[in-house]
Design a protein around this ligand. Sequence first.
Ligand SMILES: Cc1cc2nc3c(=O)[nH]c(=O)nc-3n(C[C@H](O)[C@H](O)[C@H](O)COP(=O)(O)OP(=O)(O)OC[C@H]3O[C@@H](n4cnc5c(N)ncnc54)[C@H](O)[C@@H]3O)c2cc1C
Length: 412
Amino acid sequence: MDEVIIVGAGVGGLTLGLALHQAGIACRIFESVPEIKSIGVGINLLPHATKELAALGLEDALAPLAIETRDATFFNRFGQLIYQEPLGRAAGYDHPQFSIHRGDLQMVLLDAFRGRAGSDRLITNRHCIGVEQDEAGVTLNFSDGPGGAGRFTARGRVAIACDGINSAIRKQLFPDEGEPRYSGVNMWRGVTRWKPMLSGASMVRAGWLSHGKMVIYPIRSPGSDGLQLVNWVAEIETPTYRKRDWNRPGSLEDFIGAFADWHFDWLDVPAFIRAADSVLEFPMVDQDPLPRWSFGRITLLGDAAHPMVPRGSNGAGQAILDVRVLTDALRDQADCVAALASYEKQRLEATTRVVLTNRTNPPDAILREVFQRTNDTRFADIDDVISREELVALSEGYKRIAGYSKEALRRP
Ligand SMILES: Cc1cc2nc3c(=O)[nH]c(=O)nc-3n(C[C@H](O)[C@H](O)[C@H](O)COP(=O)(O)OP(=O)(O)OC[C@H]3O[C@@H](n4cnc5c(N)ncnc54)[C@H](O)[C@@H]3O)c2cc1C
């Protein structure tokens, strides 16, 4: 009854469970799927997020599974270098940037939560279908998996919706909101085993959305065959799309044509794409920022609160930042309704800025600027197209908005 009820055992829900446990606050997680499996492809954790994960004692478990990303490198579609900057510790941060398989991250969080809080604190096959509240607490209603016939309830003092972009609790609180908003860009994602490219720990962005953009970064260290698992995303402006399903298979022929002549000295892109283990397809979607997340004893966290287009490597990171603020609020304030209100006050405006900036000026705005200024042609000298100062300003501006400028992270 005095438990915090967490709905969803994704990155946000499991991190919240770990943080609450560390703060001595009892909680229980209810997850829709019957068994948590290692699903997804690559995900990035920037220094603001790895700082929080280190505070939860997880850095040593994550580091061997991840690539400590060293640089961000931008090219046009002709393979000409536009800009490069160091990342994470290589850039002087106290904490690393990790590029990691989402499944590896989720399993580290899951093992830690079960090990520390106890396996009985995580209940699977419980799909939330609604929540009610009264003066004393919340009552959550579940079915056994999506559409299941069985019914279960759980009582707690507050309910935190960490149930991702299609959040059932968000839909209950905002019934007229509608489906996630399509950005006009479709994505095909995959992982390929390939020899290390560039620094072996580079995060590459190349091309531009109208003709085809690629994001490429390694997520596991090389094996005994010298190959490493490399995550890639092909992003192309496409008028139509199919509803997001994290497991929807994609077809190479739908997008590989956009990259047919991308033969760079550091990578043969068509060969690299063709060598993928598998290809997934999903639309780039988000939702308009909400006016509020907290309703008495109920609030939203992570993608349930602020789904964003994945153009700033910030989806997981912003969920993790929410966790820190919410945990501190619940620890420091006896009145849990006031704690949820204070969490919203600290995080809603900050994440709204990230959601909106991801639409307009995320880090890949660098590619857009060069694409437009060169009219999509080769350049003789990048300095004639855009100054180093402008490139740095575009990159640093996003870091400030997303909360991972070096100055912000050094503040106590
Ligand atoms: C299967 C899957 C694969 C993903 N793959 C990638 C990827 O490859 N790269 C990337 O950048 N991001 C990926 N994401 C998204 C990424 O994890 C999130 O953007 C980010 O980490 C924020 O996490 P979150 O906890 O808010 O949401 P999520 O990580 O999406 O977690 C939501 C959790 O809630 C559960 N859930 C949903 N509805 C209910 C319900 N009604 N009742 C109970 N539980 C519910 C889901 O099963 C899931 O475990 C993926 C998400 C999922 C669910």
